[in-house]
Design a protein around this ligand. Structure first.
Ligand SMILES: C[S@@+](CC[C@H](N)C(=O)[O-])C[C@H]1O[C@@H](n2cnc3c(N)ncnc32)[C@H](O)[C@@H]1O
Length: 436
């Protein structure tokens, strides 16, 4: 198949795909030697994620098929693990992201399987209940906190009880696994929900050397995501009952049972899991992208870096804390109070989300790909911090211009609950480069 062959495009593609003519598109006449046809696998979702590529999987996989000449696929910024979820066991994959929660998702998609003795949801919840009983007891006895959200009828009442729960951040606890209870009670979750989250997290650790570790973890990620009343599943601020609708949504989420959400997802996962382990030696890393490029050789790099000035380490800091469970120091304001989002101190700041560094970050990305001799599929949009024309120009300057192709995808981005809930029109691009 020729590199510029567009006839094989997936007819079912959810996003329409068009090639940009001469100004942006230079195509190679070189024949591909390896014939592959990666296809899209349906897979369960666990978290809402900014910039997640679920809706663009068809054209992305088509682009991978067009450049692929053998070797592993390296998803350099794997985020919520969408590509690993979609490709599964079709070739060896390297999934990399600087955030630790990403490793849990990618490892689940690439390596989890339904082995005969995999524990049932009931078993895990039974083990969790033992821990919850003890810790809820402490919450009632020591802090007098037993909240029944069915009896809360006004925003004032709700605010008062949430504020009381938030004060737990200043308390000390005798039992292990109290991170969420201390740090996040009365923010994204109630104190009681936090006790459950901590307890399932304790059980996750009991299974850390077993293949179901990521399976339990992913169901927990799902449960905390869908009990959070915050807008857009992000954690940059928590919701407050500032309107009637916010009040109702908060109460509805506070009444959700972490255990029920967990059981529902865990059982769905068990049905979906493949019956055999992966036949590939997949590798999951939390390296900076440039370091990862230095360890990768040949194959294809799929790069989906951040587009906007939002730092993922801010938006998803709680997922990071759930996974690392390291009782981090919390950022404080100048007046000594904690930041409202209760951010971790010393968070990663991505150069792709900094206007002053984004160009250099892309230069390093292109040089990294050039030096390791891999082919590249790069996702970016016309709303990115680096203007798309500048990005294409940079790719041409650094990579072999004869083998670069740019595809424009028509895609409507989810505003993730922001922008007044209205979807934003965004043009998405794929830049394809073949070096081999
Ligand atoms: C647009 S998202 C990727 C979304 C992913 N393709 C998906 O479908 O879920 C960008 C990712 O880049 C990661 N990231 C940002 N800076 C990074 C760096 N310097 N090295 C590695 N990963 C980085 C972020 O943590 C984030 O998960």
């Amino acid at each position: 198949m020729h590199f510029d062959d567009t006839k094989n495009l997936n007819k079912n593609s959810s996003a329409s795909l068009s090639h940009i003519p001469s100004i942006h598109s230079t195509t190679s006449k070189k024949n591909k030697t390896t014939s592959v046809n990666f296809s899209k696998r349906e897979h369960p979702k666990f978290i809402g994620y900014m910039g997640c590529k679920t809706k663009l999987l068809d054209p992305i996989i088509q682009a991978l098929n067009d450049v692929y000449q053998g070797g592993a696929i390296c998803d350099l910024f794997s985020g919520s693990g969408t590509l690993a979820g979609a490709l599964g066991n079709q070739c060896q994959m390297i999934a990399n992201d600087i955030q630790h929660y990403s490793t849990i998702l990618s490892d689940f998609y690439l390596n989890a399987w339904r082995y005969p003795s995999i524990p049932s949801a009931e078993k895990i919840i039974h083990e969790t209940e033992e821990i919850v009983k003890k810790n809820l007891n402490c919450l009632c006895k020591k802090f007098g906190l037993k909240v029944d959200y069915t009896n809360i009828n006004s925003a004032e009442q709700l605010l008062k009880i949430e504020e009381k729960q938030r004060l737990l951040i200043h308390e000390s606890f005798d039992h292990e696994y109290h991170l969420f209870l201390k740090y996040f009670s009365g923010t994204w979750w109630s104190a009681e929900q936090c006790v459950w989250i901590d307890a399932i997290r304790a059980v996750v650790d009991q299974y850390q050397h077993q293949p179901c570790f990521d399976v339990i973890f992913c169901a927990l990620l799902f449960a905390i995501t869908y009990a959070n009343p915050g807008i857009g599943h992000r954690y940059s601020f928590y919701r407050e009952p500032s309107s009637d609708i916010a009040f109702k949504e908060m109460i509805a989420c506070r009444k959700r049972s972490i255990a029920d959400l967990f059981i529902k997802k865990y059982n769905q996962i068990l049905i979906w899991l493949p019956p055999h382990p992966s036949s590939h030696k997949n590798i999951i890393t939390t390296l900076d992208y440039y370091e990862c490029l230095q360890t990768f050789k040949g194959g294809v790099v799929y790069a989906d870096p951040p587009y906007s000035a939002s730092q993922y380490s801010n938006s998803y800091h709680i997922l990071e804390t759930l996974v690392r469970y390291d009782y981090p120091a919390i950022q404080k304001k100048k007046d000594g109070r904690f930041t409202k989002a209760r951010y971790r101190q010393n968070k990663h700041r991505s150069p792709f989300a900094l206007k002053s560094q984004v160009k250099t970050a892309f230069q390093k990305l292109f040089f990294g790909v050039l030096n390791n001799g891999s082919d590249l599929v790069l996702s970016y949009s016309n709303t990115g911090l680096l203007p798309i024309d500048e990005l294409i120009h940079l790719a041409r300057q650094i990579l072999n211009t004869a083998c670069i192709e740019v595809r424009e995808l028509k895609h409507t981005h989810s505003a993730m609950g922001f922008n007044g809930g209205k979807p934003k029109k965004v043009k998405e691009y794929l830049i394809l480069s073949r070096q081999r």
